[in-house]
Design a protein around this ligand. Structure first.
Ligand code: PEP
Ligand code: MG
Length: 585
């Protein structure tokens, strides 16, 4: 049994079997197979080598046609190398002697070949790149098999990977992937957000995980505490089975809240909206008692399809959301691509610092045809329901004005074409960078509403990468500086009488909600699965109690003190929301 600690990012506990998903660009972990599995590893390796040789032959033919026989010579070298026994024999020998997986043997074999070339005179050094290229090609075949095996999985599995992109996560088949855990990642990474949307337990930032786990191992994923247990012993399994029962009982008790309003004990309504990535999630939002959609992350249209969404793709998705909502509000955020979403995975020259790079509204303003396609679809959809639009990552009034200017342009086009849309559509903005929060007064004169995005606001205020597990201990929405920015934003919105909500992940955390209500927030937008928990909290407190708590929290000068204070208070008010295990997180 091996117990590893990570960051809990999506609640729930699952017991299952490991399915490993490796990454060909990174070190392949050493995994052994049972003696009976050795012949299969030999043929997997042979197949991957043969497929690569075939691909290279096709490339050689194409290159020869396009650029002449001389240019195609490099491929002859590549194909020759893959068929050279001095490269492949040690790989097969390793599988035999050490009973390792084909991918590990290939990875070691290529690495050793690259080192041999690197040690030779300069003229051979360029061969190092050729070997890397070949290694990637062969490993893609071996690891690509994993991706396709995952896509056609016919049993329930827990995915273990060094890292997962939001796109990989979006491709999961929910019937079969019951939980996942990764070596890398942070609490508000989009992969983590996606796990919550799927409602599957997940733990990220678990150092050494993908080295320790092998296909078929039994595993426990404790998404409440951030614990991963590989090959658990019988007493541990029994303990977790008991805990799963306890959780079910608490969740059943939340069911009673479904039909009840979200009001505090002293009668203040608190609107709970849902965050979605796909229109179908609206079913869960409404089932859990959500009153509409406060954040629709439309960039997920890009992450799942095999082509850039067309205007019709956008429109179909928005119209579907509107139909499902039956008159309730739909807040569509224009695409927030960049940083950990989409663009870097495809970029030839990835940015050095993508969180500070060409992302979100900046990317849209530089990709006008794409931006206009989306705006047209949003406006067309606005003829059918209550639609609001908001721009992400606004940092300056100019940027907001440019966004609005382009929206007006698109409105004029539609008007001229006689296509109906809501001419009075509300245009709001995310407040998720300190500059926007600090300038909230100026923005409140121009924006129809604010939606505070704590995920990015924490990242940019504290200079802590939201997806980097190494600094996860420093990523804290309870930091006094973050609280101050939220407080100032709420005040500015109130002064200018515009609605303000919070749609970052912290709105779904009950320790934090008392603080938000105490600071004056009356609308929260959260993942579907968090709605009943938030509603239970709302119905257990008074506004006066929350205001008192907020005053005290604002007087504290350290994030650790605020965190401890908030947790302490909410545990007193709602002890049953905690699992009865020790207070460790
Ligand atoms: C946020 O930053 O808080 C937010 C809601 O946006 P996203 O998580 O999609 O960046
Ligand atoms: Mg954001």
């Amino acid at each position: 049994m091996e117990t590893l600690k990570g960051i809990p990012v999506s609640p729930g506990v699952m017991v299952g079997r490991v399915f490993v998903l490796d990454d060909p660009r990174r070190r392949v972990p050493r995994r052994t197979v049972a003696p009976a599995g050795v012949p299969a590893e030999h043929s997997r390796l042979d197949n991957a080598l043969a497929q690569s040789v075939n691909e290279i032959a096709a490339l050689a033919e194409q290159t020869s046609k396009d650029m002449g026989a001389e240019a195609a010579k490099i491929f002859a070298f590549h194909a020759g190398m893959l068929q050279d026994a001095t490269l492949t024999r040690p790989m097969h020998a390793m599988i035999d002697k050490e009973r390792v997986s084909a991918e590990y043997a290939a990875w070691v074999g290529f690495r050793e070949a690259a080192s041999r070339f690197a040690a030779m005179p300069d003229v051979f050094k360029t061969k190092v790149d050729d070997v890397r290229d070949l290694s990637l090609r062969v490993l893609r075949h071996l690891l690509g098999e994993q991706q396709s095996r995952l896509a056609t999985l016919d049993h329930r599995a827990v995915v273990v990977a060094r890292d997962l992109t939001p796109s990989q996560c979006a491709a999961f088949d929910r019937r079969h992937v019951i939980a996942f855990a990764t070596d890398l990642g942070g609490k508000t990474s989009h992969t983590a957000i996606f796990a919550r949307a799927l409602g599957i337990p997940a733990v990220v930032g678990v150092p050494g995980l993908s080295d320790a786990a092998s296909d078929g191992n039994d595993i426990i994923i404790d998404g409440d505490r951030g614990v991963v247990i590989i090959s658990p012993d019988a007493p541990t399994l029994a303990e977790y089975t008991g805990y799963i029962e306890h959780r079910k009982t608490y969740e059943l008790s939340l069911d009673e809240l479904r039909g009840l309003p979200s009001v505090t004990r002293d009668g203040q309504p608190i609107t709970i909206l849902g965050n979605i990535e796909f229109p179908e999630e609206i079913n869960a939002i409404l089932e859990e008692g959500g009153e509409g959609v406060g954040l629709y992350r439309t960039e997920f249209l890009f992450l799942t399809g095999d082509h850039e969404p067309t205007e019709e793709d956008h429109f179909t998705a928005y119209k579907r959301a509107i139909d499902l909502l039956q008159g309730r509000i739909l807040t569509i955020r224009t695409v927030d691509l960049g940083a950990d979403k989409y663009t870097q995975e495809r970029a030839e020259n990835p940015e050095r610092n993508p969180a500070l790079g060409l992302r979100s509204i900046r990317y849209c303003l530089q990709s006008l045809p794409m931006f206009k396609r989306q705006l047209r679809a949003i406006l067309r959809a606005s003829a059918y329901g209550q639609v609001k639009v908001m721009f992400p990552l606004i940092t300056s009034t100019n940027e907001f004005r440019q966004g609005k200017y382009i929206l007006n342009d698109v409105m004029e086009d539609l008007y001229e074409e006689g296509i109906p849309f809501d001419m009075g559509i509300e245009v709001g903005m995310m407040v998720e960078v300190p500059s926007a929060a600090l300038m909230a007064d100026a923005f409140a004169r121009e924006a129809a509403f604010f939606s505070i995005g704590t995920n990015d606001l924490v990242q940019y205020t504290l200079a802590v990468d939201r997806i980097n597990e190494r600094v996860a201990n420093l990523y804290n929405p309870a930091h006094p500086a973050v609280i101050k920015l939220i407080k100032d934003t709420i005040r500015a919105a109130r002064r200018h009488k515009i609605p303000v909500s919070v749609c970052g992940e912290s709105a779904g955390e009950i320790d934090y909600d008392m603080l938000l209500i105490g600071l004056g927030l009356r609308t929260l937008s959260v993942t579907a699965s968090s709605i009943p928990h938030v509603k239970r909290l709302v119905r257990s407190v008074t506004v006066a109690q929350c205001e008192q708590l907020a005053r005290k929290a604002c007087s504290l000068d350290s994030d650790l003190a605020v965190t401890a204070f908030l947790r302490d208070q909410v545990r007193k008010i709602l002890p049953e929301a905690f699992d009865g295990r020790s207070a460790e997180t």
